[in-house]
Design a protein. Structure first.
Length: 135
């Protein structure tokens, strides 16, 4: 850890770090999850990621997030490894010839994900909805 304030912790990330929960140890040695991190790879030709949720699923049912990997000229990047993570689970798929990578996630309230490829990343949200209640 290089520095900290009430709202920010700065640290050096080791080369062997992986995407997942960020844990600190309390002074008594008890581990506490304080956040989630997505570890990005080296640049791979993808300059930016765009992502959309294609449908609004009922809670606990599948919904689809489609990420598009593009280069600096906004052209699709095919065969790029594109990841989607909620900070704990990671799914990586190759982009198709249109630069698209499709992910199926479970609709459950509003969940935040990071879509990433190489050094490009984007925070995106998936929104599940409740079943209608009939009187």
């Amino acid at each position: 850890m290089t520095s900290w304030t009430d709202s920010l912790i700065s640290l050096n990330v080791p080369a062997v770090a992986t995407t997942g929960p960020v844990m600190l140890l309390t002074s008594s040695g008890y581990p506490v999850v304080v956040g989630r991190a997505a570890i990005l790879a080296q640049a791979n030709g993808v300059a930016s990621i765009h992502a959309t949720q294609t449908d609004s699923a009922l809670n606990t049912l599948p919904t689809t997030i489609v990420a598009r990997a593009v280069d600096a000229a906004n052209r699709p990047v095919s065969h790029a490894a594109v990841g989607l993570s909620d900070g704990v689970t990671v799914v990586v798929v190759p982009s198709d010839s249109s630069g698209l990578a499709t992910f199926t996630v479970t609709g459950m309230g509003t969940r935040t994900y990071v879509a990433y490829s190489g050094a490009a990343s984007l925070n995106c949200q998936s929104a599940g909805r409740r079943r209608p209640r009939c009187p």
